[in-house]
Design a protein around this ligand. Structure first.
Ligand SMILES: *[C@@H]1O[C@H](CO)[C@@H](O)[C@H](O)[C@H]1NC(C)=O
Ligand SMILES: *[C@@H]1O[C@H](CO)[C@@H](O)[C@H](O)[C@H]1NC(C)=O
Ligand SMILES: *[C@@H]1O[C@H](CO)[C@@H](O)[C@H](O)[C@H]1NC(C)=O
Length: 558
């Protein structure tokens, strides 16, 4: 897969996607198995929707039993003429629907069951509900997974930590890749269908979650990476209201990120149409019948080098204007928690390094300035303004004109992390705070370095002349039971679960301080929480770190 990965990664979304795909594998292999009693439990959905049968799981630390209903269909299969369209409510069913195992995941080229028809493969709009008490009124946590907008599933997010607390967890599937995002911003191919999937799942929660002991007036939406893009888009969207969710957690990314919006989706749709071997891709009707007529496999093969993300101007009215414009009319008093991992961008650095290795035989022959300019060019800022400011902030002229990549490593970390993660998160936080100073906005920097990391994802990371640091997605290691944890790592997981669930339960993440001005304070998360006044100092976290030597691997040339 190496070659393809390098190729895909030439654009950022591909980068993000391939990386995330990697950690998903890790999660699956290491899923903590809970002993489950053989018995089952049924719940009648509201109205005449039907009945679902679930079974039991066990929490990771205190061994409490919880009920799990996995793969409850919430929408009709988005097949044939429904492909690419907004999802429609699942028709009611007779009898009992078994929700005893994870539902079909939305099609990803690496995870296709050759035995299944396209109608079965695309019938993926289902969700999981985890709860300990069907008759209580517990706060609901609604998770939007990442996966670079082209991967992800509920199966990769085991609930066994979060269910230690009295919450109901809901994890919906949404469409990914071309089958979700392909659009010409027209009635036939309206755009943002995957966000419409999430919206329909939120409506489902409003209708049915009481049957599972959930309180529909206390919903926290939370999402990571690509899921952070979707979550922040829904926060600003005129299609949602304060009824859908009352709090939001946006982890590592936001709709303000350079990778969060596809600029010319119609051009991409025509390119995919040609790639499928169709003629007349300029005409809307021909294009539609081409992409709707393609098989799942053809479509996924034709788009292996494409990257997808939300679009502005979709016909569904989800993002009718650029998020910045939507923010100017934002009225909602939704408390927010948002943040990043300390070295959130080191996966971008690692991927860039792989791209360079495939192109130049000797990376050391590049100057620090050449190396850096390549990184900046990926961000596609046409004014050069941010380039100049970042050069000024992170480098000296001597360093820039040298070949001392080891000395420049901390700057490379801060550069990638600032552009791809910290800047979009800080923009979301400070813009929301400035617009609504009385609504709390909690900003965190996740800084815990434990035994596990997602650096390198499922691929080997030993060839990099640096470590991943507090890598992208490392925060989720302590929220979802994907890795067997030991010692202090378990303690950290307790802290993270307390923070996330206390925010969901009370609106206040215990022990954290909200922004009092757009400058700060912010909260550093480790085994202890520490608070600092100046949020922008996180932009130079690595160059300012007296212990940043630990990120070097001196045995390898750089
Ligand atoms: C998508 O994620 C799964 C794990 O959930 C993994 O097996 C698969 O390789 C990933 N697909 C791609 C194309 O990266
Ligand atoms: C479930 O919640 C109800 C309502 O709060 C409570 O009366 C009942 O004791 C709870 N059941 C269990 C098993 O905790
Ligand atoms: C790589 O480039 C550096 C700097 O120009 C040089 O010192 C080194 O000898 C080169 N290594 C190889 C293997 O060519």
């Amino acid at each position: 897969m190496g070659r393809r990965v390098v190729y895909v990664m030439l654009t950022f979304c591909g980068l993000l996607a391939a990386g995330l795909a990697g950690w998903l594998i890790i999660s699956m292999n290491a899923t903590v198995e809970a002993a489950t009693p053989m018995s089952t439990v049924t719940v009648q959905l509201s109205g005449d929707q039907g009945t679902v049968r679930g079974n039991y799981g066990q929490t990771a630390w205190s061994g409490q039993s919880f009920m799990q209903f996995r793969g409850i269909p919430y929408a009709e299969a988005p097949v044939k003429s429904l492909r690419f369209q907004a999802p429609v409510d699942r028709l009611p069913w007779n009898g009992i629907h078994d929700a005893l195992d994870f539902g079909q995941r939305c099609p990803v080229i690496t995870n296709l069951n050759a035995q299944m028809s396209d109608d079965q493969l695309e019938d993926c709009l289902n969700l999981c509900v985890y709860t300990k008490n069907l008759t209580a009124r517990q706060p609901v946590m609604f998770y939007v997974y990442g996966g670079g907008y082209y991967n992800g599933s509920s199966e990769d997010h085991p609930p066994n930590y979060l269910l230690e607390r009295n919450v109901v967890l809901v994890v919906p599937h949404y469409r990914v890749g071309a089958l979700g995002w392909l659009t010409t911003l027209s009635k036939d191919l309206p755009g943002n269908a995957p966000i419409a999937d999430i919206l329909l799942a939120l409506n489902w929660v409003q209708r049915h979650i009481q049957q599972f002991g959930g309180d529909p007036t206390q919903v926290t939406i939370f999402g990571q990476s690509a899921g952070a893009g979707v979550t922040s888009a829904l926060l600003l969207s005129p299609r949602t209201s304060e009824n859908h969710f009352q709090r939001a957690i946006v982890q590592s990314g936001s709709i303000f990120a350079p990778w969060a919006i596809t600029k010319d989706p119609a051009e991409q749709a025509r390119r995919i149409c040609s790639q499928l071997g169709c003629q007349q891709c300029e005409q809307e009707t021909e294009l539609l019948s081409c992409v709707q007529g393609a098989t799942v496999l053809q479509l996924l093969r034709a788009t292996q080098e494409e990257s997808f993300s939300p679009v502005v101007g979709d016909v569904l009215g989800i993002l009718p204007e650029h998020p910045q414009e939507l923010l100017n009319n934002y009225q909602r008093g939704v408390p927010i928690m948002t943040g990043f991992t300390q070295h959130d961008g080191s996966f971008v650095l690692a991927t860039y390094y792989d791209i360079l290795l495939s192109k130049v035989s000797n990376v050391s022959a590049l100057s620090v300035r050449q190396f850096t300019q390549g990184l900046m060019d990926m961000a596609k800022d046409t004014t050069g303004l941010s380039d100049h400011l970042l050069y000024r902030l992170l480098y000296t002229p001597q360093l820039l004109n040298s070949h001392a990549h080891s000395d420049a490593l901390p700057a490379y970390f801060d550069l990638t992390t600032t552009i791809y993660m910290k800047s979009p998160v800080i923009s979301l936080a400070t813009k929301l705070h400035t617009r609504q100073p009385t609504t709390p906005v909690y900003v965190y920097s996740f800084e815990y370095e434990g035994q596990n990391t997602r650096f390198g994802y499922e691929l080997d990371n030993s060839h990099y002349p640096f470590n991943g640091g507090v890598h992208h997605s490392n925060d989720n290691i302590y929220l979802f039971a994907t890795h067997p944890l030991q010692g202090e790592d378990t303690l950290m997981a307790h802290h993270m679960v307390d923070l996330w669930t206390s925010f969901a339960i009370t609106g206040v993440p215990s022990g954290l301080s909200p922004l009092s001005t757009a400058s700060g304070p912010y909260n550093s998360l480790g085994l202890q929480v520490t608070k600092s006044e100046n949020l922008l100092e996180t932009l130079t976290a690595t160059i300012d770190d007296p212990d940043n030597e630990r990120l070097q691997r001196h045995n390898l040339d750089f």
